[in-house]
Design a protein around this ligand. Structure first.
Ligand SMILES: [Zn+2]
Length: 426
């Protein structure tokens, strides 16, 4: 018997039991049920290759972050109405404030929780894309969520505990490593000291060393990011820093990217002059839009991008798709992120189903799992399988694409797959 026979029957049963179509339109509501299914267990046990598209600033479990904030005891919450400086329900460790002075409107988190135990659920919902939290005017709301927790997850002792857990859990979920986008948010000590870039790398390496005790093969790459929408003249300085990091840490820093809503900032053509001859590999978010007038994919290819973050609207440009296929450019597809950010309502209509069928180099990723309250990769993979009429061979090919042809790792993956498949068939 082939694994496909088992999983496609399971898929059939899940879809038949959910005639309301909610799986396709509202996975968040369906996930608790889906996670109880045998098909989910099979997908969880599957070897996963590498996670190619995740932002370190939003890759963790929000409940873990809140627990660490409570246990730390030095975290405050901003309970006043939003100001220019602070978000409603923003969290911050004492060390984040200038000279440790707590401004007006902030309250000790543990005291606030003692007065209002329901606050914990409010905070969870404000730090995730819970229903109603991001609807119309999506990008400003989405970016506000990052602000709510950046001054907690970047407090060094919390950062170390949180990300040690993240990478351990990724490995346990079957991942061999992760390529993390990083927007140079500063880690700070509890006494307020801001870490230098070297100290940041040392911290990540220490965490990786800890993870290696259990998972010696797990490898972390970092892609240095800047924002789309900034004036072009500010880019060379960031590029210079990205080049410096890559020269100094070639086995960790692998490229440069620009992130942010692609329809509210400036397009990549605007940055072409400053990004040409960047001196560092370009690994660009491009095509994270359903807009037919957005040509960022073409501009990213012209800049030599060997991978495309999302590549969602590629289907609108058949000639560009042919170029992506001929060049074997990797598409870092993030299905659930695309649905939550409003680029596709019904997941069955996600264009990546076609990209996979047409033999493009597709990987499947989670983007910002903290905010979406999803798994590091399993949920996105499972929903892709449920909604895109894929075979297990399609899923396996997407996972292998993330290993970028490395023969040693591919052999390791094939070995893991054999063990996985025979366990699933038992
Ligand atoms: Zn992204």
């Amino acid at each position: 018997m082939e694994i496909d026979q088992i999983t496609s029957k399971m898929r059939h049963d899940i879809l038949a039991a959910s005639r309301d179509g909610l799986i396709f339109n509202d996975f968040q509501q369906q996930l608790p049920k889906l996670r109880e299914t045998s098909l989910y267990r099979i997908f969880k046990a599957m070897p996963k290759g590498r996670l190619m598209h995740a932002h370190i600033e939003a890759t963790f479990n929000v409940r873990d972050m809140l627990s660490l904030a409570i246990a730390n005891g030095g975290v405050y919450v901003f309970l006043n109405e939003e100001t220019k400086e602070f978000r409603h329900y923003q969290l911050a460790h004492r060390g984040w404030f200038e000279d440790g002075v707590i401004p007006q409107g902030w309250k000790e988190l543990n005291q606030a929780l003692a007065e209002d135990p329901g606050l914990i659920e409010t905070l969870f919902s404000m730090c995730t894309s819970g229903k109603g939290n991001i609807d119309e005017n999506i990008w400003p709301k989405f970016e506000a969520i990052f602000d709510r927790f950046k001054a907690v997850n970047n407090c060094k002792p919390i950062f170390v505990s949180l990300y040690t857990k993240v990478f351990m859990e990724m490995a346990a979920e079957g991942l061999m490593g992760v390529d993390l986008r990083y927007i140079s948010q500063t880690i700070f000590e509890e006494n307020g000291h801001r870490l230098t870039a070297d100290e940041y790398v040392d911290t990540l390496r220490d965490i990786e060393a800890e993870v290696h005790k259990l998972y010696p093969y797990f490898h972390i790459n970092v892609i240095f990011c800047y924002y789309k929408g900034v004036p072009a003249e500010t880019v060379p300085e960031r590029l210079e820093f990205a080049r410096h990091l890559q020269e100094k840490y070639p086995d960790m820093f692998i490229g440069y990217d620009m992130v942010g809503g692609e329809d509210c900032g400036k397009d990549l053509l605007y940055y072409t002059t400053v990004l040409r001859d960047a001196g560092v590999p370009i690994i660009m978010h491009a095509g994270e839009t359903s807009n037919p007038d957005n040509h960022n994919i073409e501009y990213a290819l012209n800049l030599g991008s060997r991978r495309l973050g999302h590549g969602f609207n590629l289907y609108r440009f058949p000639d560009v798709e042919a170029r992506v296929k001929a060049g074997n450019v990797m598409l870092e597809v993030c299905p659930l992120s695309n649905q939550l950010l409003g680029y596709v309502d019904d997941l069955r209509e996600h264009p990546a189903a076609g990209y996979i069928k047409r033999g493009l180099n597709v990987t499947i990723n989670s983007d910002d799992c903290a905010i979406f309250d999803t798994a590091y990769i399993t949920d996105d993979l499972l929903l892709a399988y449920l909604c895109w009429d894929l075979t297990m061979a399609d899923i396996k090919r997407c996972l292998k694409n993330s290993l970028q042809g490395d023969p040693t790792i591919l052999a390791q993956f094939e070995q893991q797959w054999k063990v996985f498949e025979s366990a699933a068939l038992r």
